[in-house]
Design a protein around this ligand. Structure first.
Ligand code: SIN
Length: 314
């Protein structure tokens, strides 16, 4: 069981700029997945298959692509001769795709996402090392779950946060810390591989996905956008609250109205790190439901799946 399948979806790792010293003004999703593999001499002779699943900037990642990605990853992971699957992806929505795959697949083999902060044409591109590390991790005996290999660290999907707009080590696992390190071509595990409870079968037709919006609390937030979204037919709302998931009185009132109108609401935090915690006696009476450890973007994925599940069982 040695084969590794690499699914290309685009991103900066596949980006191309007009000049090698330009790491900003490039076109993401320009270089094909076979060329990305060919650019890593250490991958020559490895038993690899590659497939161009999409070629886009991850800001344009959509329900149809997520669905196809989950289906192709599941198909390859089910093959006995495949040890693991690698997905090349953009960094901008990496934490959303990783969490989505974690929830719907819960793989027992490694499904490793990787990306880059500099385009493939950059003087010192980070993509080739990240891709090599991802393949190493996908072939690691005993590794399991949706993992993200970047800048020498391995993150569990649920812990991943993009913290910096341009640095090569842009990602963190926050309070949990990385699951493993990738050093000198070896995987150094630091804690157990992530376990997942799959929402198996929760893959609606792409055009049928519920509408879940993310909005934030801020000074002067009065809830007008909540009322506009409810009026427009939104199905779910995630509010990125201040601090420990708090919201202004005006926003709270509008979110309660949304709940009363049948909209699912979750309260997360706009802070870069840290969960939303309840007090020692549990949630305060009447509190809006908390998203706990989930970032606003991951909470949005959970609401998408929850709404889909409730529709399919209705
Ligand atoms: C993208 O997310 O596709 C572009 C940005 C990046 O990969 O860093």
């Amino acid at each position: 069981m040695q084969n590794i399948v690499i699914l290309g979806t685009g991103g900066t790792i596949a980006g191309a700029a007009a000049r090698p010293d330009d790491s900003i003004g490039y076109q993401a999703g320009s270089v094909g997945v076979q060329a990305l593999v060919a650019a890593v001499p250490a991958l020559a002779g490895r038993s690899l298959e590659s497939e161009q699943l999409a070629q886009l900037d991850s800001k344009d990642m959509d329900a149809a692509t997520w669905r196809r990605l989950a289906e192709r990853a599941a198909t390859h992971l089910a093959r006995p001769e495949v040890a693991g699957v690698v997905v090349t992806h953009g960094t901008d929505t990496l934490e959303e795709t990783a969490w989505f795959l974690h929830r719907v697949l819960a793989p027992t083999k490694p499904l490793v996402l990787t990306a880059a902060m500099r385009p493939a044409t950059a003087l010192s591109a980070d993509g080739p090392q990240n891709l090599l590390d991802a393949v190493t991790l996908a072939a690691e005996p005993g590794a399991a779950g949706v993992l993200v290999a970047l800048a020498g660290q391995v993150h569990a999907a649920g812990d991943l946060r993009k913290l910096h707009s341009t640095r090569v080590d842009a990602f963190s696992s926050g309070d949990a810390g990385p699951v493993a390190l990738l050093q000198a071509g070896r995987v150094r595990p630091l804690r157990p591989w992530p376990q997942a409870t799959a929402w198996a079968g929760v893959l609606p037709a792409a055009e049928a996905w519920p509408w879940v919006a993310v909005l934030a609390n801020h000074a002067g937030a009065d809830g007008r956008e909540v009322r506009a979204l409810v009026q427009a037919g939104v199905h779910g709302l995630v509010v990125a609250g201040t601090g420990n998931g708090t919201v202004s009185q005006g926003l709270q009132a509008a979110l309660r109205e949304a709940q009363a109108a049948g909209v699912l609401v979750r309260r997360s935090s706009r802070c870069a790190l840290g969960p939303v915690l309840d007090g020692p006696d549990g949630p305060a009476p009447g509190a809006l439901p908390s998203a706990g450890e989930r970032t606003p973007w991951q909470a949005r994925v959970d609401l998408l799946l929850e709404l889909t599940l409730s529709r399919s069982s209705a």
